[in-house]
Design a protein around this ligand. Structure first.
Ligand code: GLC
Length: 433
């Protein structure tokens, strides 16, 4: 059994939370301090010292995670991932390593502890995001304005002593995160591009992590050791062979940015969830709470709309597998045992058809969330009909207006065999009459 089969693949839907002192100013997470990055077009450009000084006196509210995780549970999410330390180096827990974090600006506050406790209360699996680079740590070395522009692959090298000190700091922080909060289900690394896998000592890091948390999942941003792939802001057109998770922002920013109103619609987010599940992946959807920890209203509204849709349709997402091939239905499909879920992301103008399925084994058709059984017609090649071949055919279903969901309607096709079975099981099942 793959490590990810236990809870990660069945979960399908999780919450990403980008929160740090930058939220207070409405600045994007970390990137403004190096002058911005093209992939975050609404991020700012702030001198490094000014950016770091913004953390002084920040008092993150330890009550904030409860509201995020309650919203996540209500939206049908099964796990959550928090930025415990982003590239800017600010630690959201009282770390004994380094001097940039809640230990200095907000003594007595532990946001990681509050987050883990909230996840446990709501039954969500716990994921901790941790940036391998630290643009504030002197030994990394810290990023200064003189190092601008930021060059991918061209980050200045540390001294040998500096790197040894940084390695000790990194391991110290990771050890705190993985020993201070009980079982942690996932560690979500980022930023490995700045150093070689050898410099990070990825093998040693993996050994340390698995020794501290034997059941943990590690994302693929610890090069060579990923349990799952992490396409960012992108849904792979073909299902990758390995387990995967798309991480996605609701607008154009990871962190809180009041000026960013370039939001994906609630319907587009539901559709992305269906597309991802239909290809056998997970969706890690991001929120960027403001400095007080509140979910911005447009994001709360989208969480609520996802919750409304999942309230009726979770069966078509959670614990499913990738469905049929794209030519078989004009939309994503998911599978659970002998049940096929067909996600209609457009309003049909004619009966919808499901192609290449074992039609002689179709027992019932319905719309998810409604009790009614729907009539259906089937078509198979004439000779197969005459010869009683148990082969694939086409199902035609008229979806009544009254049963259509305004965002995405899910048809449920219950078979008494594997719906994805290809080709005739056995020709001439019975003698022609
Ligand atoms: C990127 C960015 C970072 C963000 C992350 C989320 O690698 O550096 O800002 O946290 O993606 O996937």
């Amino acid at each position: 059994m793959r490590r990810t089969e236990h809870w990660f693949e069945p979960a399908r839907f999780g919450l990403f939370v980008h929160w740090g002192p930058w939220a207070r100013a409405g600045w994007e997470a970390s990137w403004p301090l190096v002058g911005g990055v093209v992939t975050l077009p609404l991020g700012q450009d702030i001198p490094a010292d000014v950016y770091h000084a913004n953390a002084d006196g920040w008092q993150p509210d330890p009550a904030a995670p409860e509201a995020w995780i309650a919203a996540a549970a209500a939206a049908g999410m099964r796990y959550a991932v928090l930025t415990t330390r982003h590239h800017d180096g600010y630690a959201m827990w009282p770390s004994r390593h380094g001097d940039h974090g809640v230990a200095r600006t907000a003594p007595g506050v532990d946001i990681v502890g509050a987050f883990v406790a909230a996840c446990r209360r709501h039954g969500l699996k716990v994921g901790l995001y941790y940036s391998l680079p630290d643009w504030h740590h002197p030994a990394y070395p810290a990023f200064t304005d003189a190092m601008r522009p930021y060059v991918f692959g061209g980050y200045p090298a540390p001294s040998a002593d500096g790197w040894a000190a940084y390695q000790a700091y990194l391991r110290g922080q990771i050890t705190e995160l993985l020993t201070g909060y009980g079982p942690i289900d996932m560690i979500w690394f980022d930023g490995a591009w700045e150093r070689s896998p050898e410099m990070w000592d990825v093998d040693g890091l993996e050994r340390l992590i698995r020794q501290l948390q034997p059941d943990i999942l590690i994302n693929d941003r610890l090069p060579g050791h990923g349990d799952f792939a992490t396409p960012e802001q992108f849904v792979p057109p073909e299902p990758p062979a390995e387990p995967w998770e798309t991480c996605l922002t609701m607008n154009m920013s990871w962190g809180f940015n009041a000026g960013d109103d370039r939001y994906k619609s609630p319907a587009a987010l539901v559709h992305t969830l269906c597309e991802v599940a239909g290809r056998g992946g997970n969706l890690l959807l991001n929120i960027g709470p403001d400095g007080d920890g509140r979910i911005p209203p447009p994001q709360a509204q989208r969480m609520a709309e996802l919750g409304r849709w999942m309230g009726r349709h979770a069966d078509a997402i959670v614990c499913t597998h990738a469905g049929l091939k794209p030519w078989q239905f004009p939309g994503p499909t998911t599978l659970k045992g002998q049940t096929l879920y067909c996600h209609l992301l457009m309003q049909p103008v004619a009966p919808v058809s499901v192609r290449g399925v074992p039609v002689r084994h179709l027992r019932r058709v319905s719309v998810l969330g409604h009790a009614d059984t729907l009539p259906f017609e089937t078509r198979i090649p004439v000779l197969d009909e005459l010869m009683h071949v148990d082969g694939p055919g086409e199902v035609l279903i008229d979806v009544p207006d009254a049963l259509r969901d305004p965002v995405a309607t899910v048809l449920v096709l219950e078979f008494d065999c594997d719906p994805a079975r290809s080709g005739p099981a056995a020709p001439h099942l019975e003698n022609p009459a």
